[in-house]
Design a binder for this molecule. Sequence first.
Ligand code: FE2
Length: 85
Amino acid sequence: MCLLVTDRRRGDAPWFALTGDTLFVAAVGRPDLAGQEGAMARTLDDSLHAKLLNLPDTIEIHPGHQAASVCGAGMERIVAETIAA
Ligand SMILES: [Fe+2]
């Protein structure tokens, strides 16, 4: 699950996304942890390419984990980044 957040006091454009275990900084979530690798990989691909990567480049992402988590591989220690990065 990801949540796209808009602060209406700042304007109508979305500000950031809480990306949970879907998109990390420099990595994506692992579809192999729930036992349905094929289905989860297709869902992850759809979430990334049909949704998250279509957001404006300036949207900040705030993942659920940083480096050293087993929920992804190759994550950065950075706690947030933009979609463009
Ligand atoms: Fe996780």
